[in-house]
Ligand binder design. Structure first.
Ligand SMILES: Cc1cc2nc3c(=O)[nH]c(=O)nc-3n(C[C@H](O)[C@H](O)[C@H](O)COP(=O)(O)OP(=O)(O)OC[C@H]3O[C@@H](n4cnc5c(N)ncnc54)[C@H](O)[C@@H]3O)c2cc1C
Length: 387
């Protein structure tokens, strides 16, 4: 039986980062991934993920985001890869709406650089957008996007350079805590032993984590790429491009919250947009990857409310899975029954920007059983996760 200090199950966004952080700390790491590196079957594909710090989801996330930003630079250096593009970010809503007020609370509490803009000021600076007259926006210079496929590839590469043995195309069937305080992992190809285990299976959490993973649902979400149309007889592509258009999140007048990106490399000349919360729990092994005409029409008419000239064709649409906890907060900690097992899941639709700091947290927990980083919000036994 092959063995290691730590086994990592799932080499996607978080498992990849954890394997990298653990290997860099000198531990012998064995990792298993059912698919191929940077695959498109889970939560980490589609070319872009927003990163931002004025976090409307909660002021508690800001210290972790600061640390994550440092981690992004480190990973770029180690992997010699460009992962981060800073474009600025704008969070638009009614003056009393959480997209705006939550971002403002985080910016104020943590003294983050920001500007508050009126609807007219938003259109003046970012001409592709025409928000509702009474809307306001918080603009954050320091926001932008990261490339999820390249990030996962970078973590895998650096982990491997530090000695991690990572097996792709090898699904884990089960794991058990052994009497001696270690773990045993059974895959399609064999049985492996280790002192510690990290379980980061994303949308497959319910399959691998029993009761602990049961609250995590796999939500089918669609990403759409639309081509801009013409405005006043001229093409307006440059208004939607990096350098002019920031990443954005918007919710006004009770409509559905949308998020999106400027035209980026690899986007085929379209802006990417999606509904932030379009909750459709699905079976992660039987995802309907077909995007239906009514879904496209619904997205396009919503997009036109913010981008009146986004009248060009749909370039592509892809499905992705949110591994979501009921309260949309992450789930990170030691397994309640087996302290040699670290769990990292529930990252929903907003986890990617935290990849490097989650790698550090998981490495802390798996190597010394505790972390100094603030993770109280992510408690595996919090009331919001019960029944
Ligand atoms: C459409 C969409 C848009 C998003 N936008 C943003 C954004 O703008 N900003 C942001 O910060 N976040 C965003 N997110 C969220 C973010 O991408 C996710 O929170 C994050 O990728 C989840 O990481 P994970 O490691 O839990 O899952 P994954 O990256 O999917 O990794 C889990 C891995 O475990 C593997 N696995 C599962 N079961 C087994 C098994 N039995 N054996 C072996 N391997 C197994 C899977 O194959 C997978 O590779 C978005 C997500 C989606 C879907």
């Amino acid at each position: 039986m092959s063995s290691a200090d730590v086994i990592v199950i799932g080499l996607g966004s978080m498992g990849g980062a954890a394997a990298n952080a653990l290997a860099q700390r000198g531990l012998s790491v064995l990792g298993f991934e059912r698919f191929w590196p940077s695959h498109d079957q889970g939560s980490a594909h589609g070319g872009t993920r927003i990163i931002r710090q004025s976090y409307f989801e909660g002021v508690e996330y800001v210290p972790l985001l600061r640390r994550a930003y440092e981690g992004w630079r480190q990973l770029e250096d180690q992997a010699e890869a460009k992962l981060v593009t800073i474009t600025g970010g704008i969070y638009i809503g009614d003056p009393e709406e959480e997209t705006f007020t939550g971002a403002l609370s985080s910016a104020r509490e943590w003294n983050l650089q920001h500007e508050v803009l009126s609807s007219d000021e938003i259109t003046e600076r970012f001409p592709a957008m025409r928000p509702a007259d009474h809307a306001v926006g918080l603009f954050e210079e320091n926001a932008g996007f990261v490339d999820p496929e390249r990030t996962t590839a970078a973590n895998i590469r650096v982990a491997t350079e530090h000695g991690a043995r990572l097996h792709f195309g090898e699904a884990v069937l089960s794991w058990t805590a052994t009497r001696g305080g270690g773990v045993e992992v059974v895959t399609r190809h064999g049985t492996y032993g280790a002192d510690r285990l990290v379980v980061a299976p994303g949308a497959w959490s319910a399959q691998l984590l029993g009761e602990v993973g049961a609250p995590v649902t796999a939500e089918r979400q669609v990403m759409y790429w639309f081509q801009p149309g013409y405005s006043r007889g001229r093409p307006v592509f440059e208004d939607y491009a990096v350098g002019r258009q920031p990443v954005f999140i918007e919710r006004t007048d009770g409509n559905e919250q949308v998020y999106g990106f400027p035209i980026a490399d690899g986007s085929g000349g379209g802006i990417k947009i999606g509904f932030f919360h379009d909750e459709r729990p699905t079976d992660p092994d039987a995802v309907d990857r077909t995007v239906l005409p009514f879904e496209i029409a619904r997205m396009q008419s919503r997009a036109l409310e913010l981008f009146p000239h986004l009248t060009g064709p749909l370039l592509q649409a892809k499905t992705c899975l949110y591994p979501s906890a009921p309260d949309d907060h992450f789930m990170i900690g030691l397994h309640p029954e087996h302290s040699q097992v670290t769990v990292a899941t529930g990252f929903g639709g907003h986890g990617f920007k935290f990849v490097p700091v989650v790698g550090d947290i998981v490495a802390d927990l798996a190597s010394r059983g505790r972390t100094d980083l603030p993770i109280g919000l992510f408690d595996l036994e919090r009331p919001a996760l019960l029944g």
